[in-house]
Write a protein that binds this ligand. Structure first.
Ligand SMILES: [Zn+2]
Length: 351
């Protein structure tokens, strides 16, 4: 079923599960990028009579081109050119490839996702990559104060260099919606619903009722630790409950293999447990220390196999902040600070 898209992932790790184009239901496709790590995002395609809709593009144009090499023949065979693209949210690994789509394609996203896209174009990350490299160098000097955090930022910078982010000018969607929108894809109904702020400010999902397939964007991380940049976490839990209530035959998440109700429930349990632990600790707890202790505890067993456990630091920090009434979004500086702290924790967890 799956198309092999290479033996190593974009980040250079051995492939852990099937990737490429997977037909999850009749004329309903997922594009899966192993191993679901940073920038290793998924996408989708819904083919109707005479028209098709894409769900998301990828982090750069090379990756998006590889995906289009699979989508275009499928659409041509069906006589259904791509007429719409729905971006699930505003993180670059779900829309920086938008520039490859012609002017005739209608681009759709939630209003807050579009606001994030405007605020965080690819040039923001390409400015950050050299900062990461410099930080990586400085971080090698062990006596420097904050060397661990600098190394953490350097690790992020070197992961970024796996992607071709320079010179990208992706199209920002022209059609926005607040709560719900419906797209007629050649006679097939696709229902879009805003469920954020959760992973980001603008998360939305797509539901294809005729085959009972949900495209969850980054509301579902499958077999990989999720990361919450916005919150409150109650919105994320409500979004997972909403997907479960739809009774999906399969759920295509933003990262990891195609999942179903079991994966939706596993992620819900992680969030409910972490919220409980952060609440018990109080708002003043150091999220890095708390995350490290939780990851080493026996309670963490159900999620021990998920890569990137260090993300629990960001998740604990965001839960603490939003529970104490902070607004749902974070600024760029706070995001950089959390990325650095997360990199430092990752290093400690490896050591
Ligand atoms: Zn993503």
């Amino acid at each position: 079923m799956g198309t092999c898209i290479g033996e190593t992932t974009p980040l250079g790790d051995p492939v852990a599960f099937d990737g490429g184009a997977i037909e999850v239901a009749e004329r309903t496709w997922a594009w899966i990028q192993p191993n679901g790590g940073l920038g290793e995002s998924n996408a989708g395609l819904v083919v109707g009579d005479g028209a098709a809709l894409m769900v998301d593009t990828l982090w750069d144009e090379l990756l998006t081109e590889a995906m289009l090499t699979a989508w275009v023949p499928i659409c041509e065979r069906a006589g259904a050119p791509i007429g719409h693209l729905f971006n699930t949210h505003g993180d670059g690994d779900h829309w920086y490839g938008n520039g490859l789509l012609g002017a005739g394609v209608e681009l759709i996203a939630s209003a807050p996702a579009i606001a994030q896209m405007r605020a965080e174009p690819p040039s923001m990350l390409t400015r950050l990559a050299p900062v990461g490299a410099i930080a990586g160098l400085a971080g090698r000097l062990p006596l420097l104060p904050g060397a661990g955090r600098l190394r953490g930022l350097g690790a992020f910078g070197s992961q970024l260099s796996a992607y071709e982010l320079g010179g990208l000018e992706p199209r920002v969607p022209g059609r926005s919606f607040e709560r719900e929108a419906t797209v007629d894809v050649g006679g097939r109904r696709v229902e879009l619903s805003f469920v954020g702020p959760a992973h980001t400010a603008g998360d939305a999902i797509a539901w294809v009722p005729d085959v009972r397939i949900a495209y969850a964007g980054d509301i579902l991380f499958n077999r990989v630790t999720p990361i919450m940049w916005a919150g409150p976490v109650g919105n994320w839990i409500a979004a997972l409950d909403r997907i479960a209530a739809l009774g999906p035959a399969a759920v295509v998440g933003g990262h990891g293999p195609v999942g179903g109700l079991a994966e939706v429930r596993a992620l819900r349990e992680y969030w409910a447990w972490l919220r409980e632990r952060v609440r018990a600790e109080g708002a003043d707890a150091d999220p890095a220390k708390l995350a490290e202790r939780l990851i080493h505890s026996a309670e963490y067993e159900p999620w021990r196999e998920w890569p990137n456990p260090e993300r629990t630091l960001v998740n604990a920090a965001r839960i603490a902040a939003t529970e104490s009434g902070a607004p749902g979004g974070i600024g760029t500086l706070e995001r950089i600070r959390l990325v650095a702290a997360m990199g430092e924790l990752a290093e400690r967890l490896r050591g």
